[in-house]
Structures are given as structure tokens and as C-alpha cells.
Write a protein that binds this ligand. Sequence first.
Ligand SMILES: NC(=O)c1ccc[n+]([C@@H]2O[C@H](COP(=O)([O-])OP(=O)(O)OC[C@H]3O[C@@H](n4cnc5c(N)ncnc54)[C@H](O)[C@@H]3O)[C@@H](O)[C@H]2O)c1
Length: 472
Amino acid sequence: MVEHKKHARLPGKLVFIGFGSVGQGALPLLLRHLDVRREAVSIINGDERGAAEAAAYGIAYRVEPLTPRNFRGILDPVLRPGDFLLNVSVDVSSTDLIEYCLQRGIFYLDTCIEPWLGGYTDASVPAARRTNYALREKARALDAQYPGAATAMVTHGANPGLVSHFVKQALVNLARDSGDGEVIPASREQWALLAERVGMKVVHVAERDTQFAIPQKRPQEFVNTWSVEGFVGEGAQPSELGWGTHERHFPADGMSYDFGPGCSIFLNRPGVSVRVRSWTPLNGPYHGLLITHGESVSIADYFTVRADERVRFRPTVHYAYHPCDGAVLSVHELCGRNYRMQPEHRVLMDDIQGGIDELGVLLMGHKRGAYWYGSQLGIEAARTLAPYNNATTLQVAAGVLGAIVWACENPRAGVVDPDDMDFRRVLEVARPYLGNMVGVYSDWTPLQERGVLFPEDTDPADPWQFKNFRVM
Ligand SMILES: NC(=O)c1ccc[n+]([C@@H]2O[C@H](COP(=O)([O-])OP(=O)(O)OC[C@H]3O[C@@H](n4cnc5c(N)ncnc54)[C@H](O)[C@@H]3O)[C@@H](O)[C@H]2O)c1
């Protein structure tokens, strides 16, 4: 039997809320690498998904969906100070659970930041208050309200999550390759100055998932390599992106905020309807969906340079997601149905026949053109590395493991973004589950070959203007 290294000791219980594709993928890694007794682990789920896996590992499991009214009553008998709440559900308010944990000395990890069921599309709430930016502001306000509380990590899976650490590693590599030697900044301000010096004007979270399954997507069926509900939920949110100081062309339906740091903007349309061009090393150029994600906001905020109360430098940051081909067809069908969900849903797992998830960050605007840094993980490798996973969920599970280890080592950090954590430690823990980690330079730009379809309108003096943006 292979001996797995234990990275950290969990002081108390580990309670999962939700046990879908991410929870099921994370459990084997957490049992391998955390010093925790199986009797101390339990799962509270919204439906019967994953019951067989929980039984196979001997983990206590019950179905009891959380609601705004019942969640305290469900959690009170289970959680004590020093325990760990891992929220990998959909449709459960992250900020309500965070406040619950901050008040009681309970550690918290969430792989996204979500409202209660229906919150994303609640028309009684202004669109600006339904964005990831607004949800993050709520979490930051809680941090200010409960200073020095137990560590609560929001938005830490693969993306959001690991990609924040990829950006830092990519910056270090870029500085090294430009002859600066090995520079590791010691503070947020120093990281932002490094980004400015290197010229990191644009960051795409460039993901191309080529996993495919048999049977392929059927009519009126939504398929994906992770949560269908989660994907449709975030895809229905207003499209959102960190807004760089070099941008000269404000999108026609772009909106900025009158609260918070103002590091991002949103578009008055759902992310699944907005396409951007991007690039990954194996796939080359592609059309991705500009779906809102926490990292678009937190990375832009983290790498902001201020001088005399003025913002001097900030990168543009956004997701450019090409999900698996079955999911692209599913999105196309969903939009055609006026966003009424298909009756059938399937998360692709054992039925996957091949493919790879290429997930990385594409840094552009600097002197060396474009630099992609990230994980290339194929389905075969993922199956060899851990059970109950596909390539996508294993990348997420690796991020969950890395973050929990970091929290055990930094127990009183309060509410943190991935960007606030030690990128080397998290990547060290996650690395064995990420397949090939590669850094690749390219001369690709979003403007290449545009003359084929669009009139040549590039201003050579300002090639990083936001003209690569196209609305479907
Ligand atoms: N950061 C990342 O890299 C990343 C990647 C994938 C997914 N995610 C996020 O992780 C979360 C889980 O994703 P998934 O793919 O496992 O989803 P899934 O759809 O496979 O599973 C969701 C789980 O939530 C449970 N659930 C639903 N309503 C609930 C309720 N009211 N109370 C308790 N449990 C409830 C369901 O029973 C199910 O087990 C989502 O929020 C998703 O956005 C993050």
C-alpha cells in the first residue's frame, strides 16, 4: 500500500456541506493527507448523491438540505470551536455560513461564494448587488466585524483558488526570465509593484476542457465535468471582470460600482452569453465564455498599485472558459431555451473516454508577449492519481487540500482571499495532483488573425485596449 504524506493535523471535526462532484473528489485526498480520524468526518448533503462513496469510506452521511431558516439548528449540534466546515454545496449562502463560523471559532473553506437558492437571479436585488464583487464585499465586511477570527477561506478550489497562486508563480518566472533573478515579494504592495514592473496588463484565466464522454450529450440534457447547477448559476450572473488602468474603451453595457474598491466592472448580461478570445498551449486559440469568478475581482484588487490615493496600476483580469464540448452544446441549447434549464443533467465521470483539462493563467501585455502558466491534467492521469475524480474535479480537490493545509498552519487569519495565502505552500501541497505544470511563452495576442473576420482597427500604439471583446 502507498504511504501518503500527512501534511497537517486537523484539530477537530471535518464537516462537509454538500457532497457532489467536488466533495466526492476531495474526500480521498483529505483522508490521505490530513491527520484526521474517520469518525471525525461527516457529510450533510442536499440529496442522495455520493452516499455510496461515503459508505465505502465509512463516513457518516445524512441528507438534510440547509435553508436560511434551518441552518443554525442543523449545524449547532454538530460543530464546536476548532472544527472545520467545508462548504462544497450549491445554493447555500457562503456569507451566512462564514458569519456563523467567525462567531464560533470554526474554520471555513468555500470553493466559491454563493447566495441562497435563487439569489443570483433575484430581480428584486439590483444586478450590481448580485455580482461576485458584491458578495466579496460582504465577506470583507465580516472580516472587519470579527477581527482575528478563525481562518475562513472563500473561493478556494482550482479557479477560483489555485489560479491566484499560478499568477504569482508566473510573475516570478517572468521576472527570472527577464534577468531579474529569483524575486519573491514579501507583501501585497511588493507583488503589485512587481506586476507593474513586469507589465502584467492582462490576465486571462484560460481554461480549455476537452474531456468527452459516451454517450455524448443528448437533446434536452445539460452535461458538464463539474456541477451543472453551479455552472448555470454562475453563468447566469452578470459577466464580470477586473478592470485594468490601461483600458481605453469602456464596454457599451459595462457598469462600475459606487461601493468598495472599484477594481472590477460588470456587464449587464449573463456570462454565458459573452465570448472572449484566449489561448492555451495545447489547444491554441479558442473562444471562451466570460463567466464571472471570484478571481477576476480578487486578483485585480490584489495587484493594484496606489500612489497618492490614486490607482496607478491595475491589471484587467477575466475568465475565458471553454468548458468541455458537451457543455458548450448544453449552453447553446440553454440560451435557445431562454435560460430555462434542460430537464436532464449529467456530471461526466466514469463515462469520460478521453481529454484533458488545461487550466492556467495567461499573462499578457508584458515585453515577452504572452505567458501561460498552469496545469495540464488528462483524464487517464487523474484516474491514476485518485478515485472518484475526473481531470476537472481533481484540480479543484487539489486546491481544497492545499487551502485546508494552509489554514491548519495559519489558524487565525480571519476571512482571506486565495491571493492572501502563501502561494508556495499551497502549490507544494496541491502539485502532485495537477499533472504537468508548464510555463509557455507565445507570441499569440487576441488581435491575431482578426483581419479575417473583423476590419483591422488595432491601434498599434495601444495594442492592449479592450477591443478583443466581442458579445455573442
Ligand atoms: N473553485 C473551483 O475551482 C470550483 C470548481 C468547481 C466547483 N466549484 C464550486 O463547488 C461547489 C460544488 O460543486 P460540485 O461540482 O460539487 O456541485 P454538485 O452539483 O456536483 O453538488 C452540489 C452538492 O450540493 C448539495 N446541496 C444542494 N443544495 C443543498 C443544500 N440546501 N444544503 C446542503 N447541500 C446542498 C447537493 O446535494 C450536492 O451534493 C459549487 O459551489 C461550485 O461552484 C468550485
